[in-house]
Design a protein around this ligand. Structure first.
Ligand SMILES: [Zn+2]
Length: 260
């Protein structure tokens, strides 16, 4: 079985004490692809070094909307420089977060648009972080012909899901699936075409129900897989292979090479 965690912050210092053990456990469970998104410029170097060393890991670089105050215009130039050296497989995570108190919407939009332009020029997919801004993100995307990507931790409506799919996106489902009260997300995971779905953990955030209150881990993607298979009345192995294929198809043209 091959499982793809399409969104995992394995570079987080929370994994410093036992990252190798976590990766070893992942290998035993067939989790052999992990996409690691960047959040700010200061973390890129560390993330790139980590991904070079482990063949399961793929780096994405980006400026996350939740860290908007740290981003500087020169970081956009540095992002382009990294991409020119084929150091990333996607741009992310980027997007709009209007859920937080007093979001600086203009500044978020500025960095989001600029990074979409960079993705278009580099012909790379993007990893989207969206909270309370699905329609705004869709309207920006319609003006920027990105090749597609992942709408991470998708929690929009079915109608919005369809619009993201039409724009070439796969929708990420993770820990929220494992909570029975997540009616909307579970319903989406049931009715969307399987070829539009990818699995993710967002570790160390968004723990799965059996590990509530703990640090989340990419190992627990098997819990998300089990729930998705149950919801869709399908075989977990089949779901794992299909969703893994969906994720890899998005990264199919990549030039990234591991050092190993
Ligand atoms: Zn994330």
């Amino acid at each position: 079985m091959s499982i793809f965690d399409t969104h995992c912050h394995l570079d987080s210092p929370l994994f410093d004490p036992d990252r190798n053990t976590v990766l070893e456990n992942c290998r035993k469970k067939g989790i052999d692809h992990i996409l690691v998104p960047g959040i700010d410029q200061s973390g890129w170097e560390r993330l790139l070094n980590l991904c070079e060393q482990e063949k399961e890991l793929y780096p994405a670089l980006g400026l996350h909307p939740l860290f908007i105050e740290q981003h500087q215009p020169q970081h956009l130039k540095q992002l382009e420089d990294h991409l020119a050296e084929h150091q990333a497989v996607a741009i992310g995570e980027i997007g709009l977060d209007f859920f937080i108190d007093n979001p600086d919407k203009e500044r978020q939009l500025k960095y989001f648009r600029a990074q979409l332009d960079i993705a278009v020029n580099a012909n790379l997919p993007v990893i989207l972080h969206i909270r309370k801004a699905h329609d705004q993100v869709l309207s920006v995307l319609r003006k920027k012909p990105v090749i597609g990507g992942f709408a991470h931790a998708f929690n929009g409506s079915l109608q919005q899901a369809q619009q993201f799919i039409d724009l070439g996106f796969k929708l990420g489902f993770g820990g929220a699936l494992t909570y029975e009260r997540s009616h909307k997300i579970r319903h989406l995971a049931q009715v969307l075409p399987l070829d539009a779905i990818v699995l993710e953990t967002d570790a160390p955030d968004m723990p799965v129900a059996p590990h509530r209150g703990e640090r989340n881990s990419p190992e627990y993607i098997v819990d998300c897989l089990a729930v998705l298979a149950e919801l869709r009345h399908d075989d977990p192995q089949y779901i794992a292979e299909q969703t893994c294929g969906n994720g890899l198809s998005m990264l199919g043209h990549l030039d990234y090479r591991h050092k190993q």
